[in-house]
Design a protein around this ligand. Structure first.
Ligand SMILES: [Zn+2]
Length: 265
């Protein structure tokens, strides 16, 4: 995988060809809910082509819990945690499988769980030491005031990069970013330290509100239908063409209205 600028160019090419985006936090929450019948279940058999652990050795262990932190999906076992990140091409199947070899396959008495083409990592550290749960927009421990504090510590940050910063808004991805900036009428290239306090608060509030809307709409299969800015041509407020560009440090696709989204600089 290339680094720095090259990485984002490569990322955008991949996203372009795949015509989709990486899963965002709400999609991982949906996965966590979908696999809940396996919580407390014993792994009868496990396999997979992951190189980070001997999958077959997982047999006999009991799933303690499933957790998520933003885009990280966490399988909690008695002695360690398996972290799944779907990156660009990862996917999963519950109680069914594909022809492709699974990166990780779990067989339980009540069903099967399969992960494909994802990144797998073993975490031995206590999760509370590793993860700031107050930074996950969909976590009950989310702390808006702390998010504002973190933003103020990085005054040179652009609004589009702030939303994509997983240490501030864990779980926010490109769709949520575009929709939140449109809702809050903030130009993606605005400097966060130039946002009036009320606007900054609105940005933080809408990042959470939209994430919950995303979750609900995704469950109803109506997410795309509700997009107002992401991938759209015309601003529904002003009926002028949206501008688009790979903006900010993250170089991810931005769709924004030059009239109603104010540039704070
Ligand atoms: Zn507009």
């Amino acid at each position: 995988m290339p680094n720095g600028h090259g990485f984002y160019h490569w990322l955008n090419l991949c996203l372009w060809f795949k015509k989709t985006t990486m899963p965002e936090g709400p999609s991982i929450v949906i996965l966590k809910e979908a696999v809940s019948p396996f919580k407390g279940e014993k792994i009868i058999e496990a396999s997979g082509n992951t190189k980070v652990l001997d999958a077959s050795a997982l047999a006999g262990q009991v799933i303690k819990d499933f957790k998520s932190w933003g885009k990280h999906f966490l399988i909690c076992l008695p002695d360690f945690t398996i972290r799944i990140h779907f990156m660009l091409f990862g996917s999963y199947r519950i109680n069914e499988h594909t022809e492709r070899p699974a990166r990780l396959h779990f067989q339980f008495a009540n069903g099967e769980l399969n992960f494909y083409a994802c990144s797998v990592k073993v975490i031995t550290q206590p999760l509370d030491e590793l993860y700031d749960w107050t930074g996950d927009v969909l976590n009950p421990n989310w702390d808006a005031k702390r998010a504002i504090k973190k933003i103020k510590e990085k005054p040179a940050l652009l609004a589009c990069d702030a939303l994509m910063d997983q240490q501030i808004f864990s779980g926010v991805g490109n769709i949520i970013k575009n929709e939140v900036l449109f809702r809050a009428r903030i130009h993606p290239l605005s400097l966060v330290n130039k946002l009036p306090p009320k606007k900054l608060k609105e940005l933080v509030t809408e990042a959470v509100n939209y994430s919950y809307d995303f979750l609900e709409w995704k469950k109803e299969f109506t997410l795309k239908k509700h997009w107002l800015a992401h991938t759209k041509q015309i601003c529904p407020r002003d009926h002028v063409p949206f501008h688009r560009g790979n903006l900010g440090k993250t170089h991810r696709r931005s769709f924004y209205c030059p009239l109603c989204q104010v540039l704070y600089e």
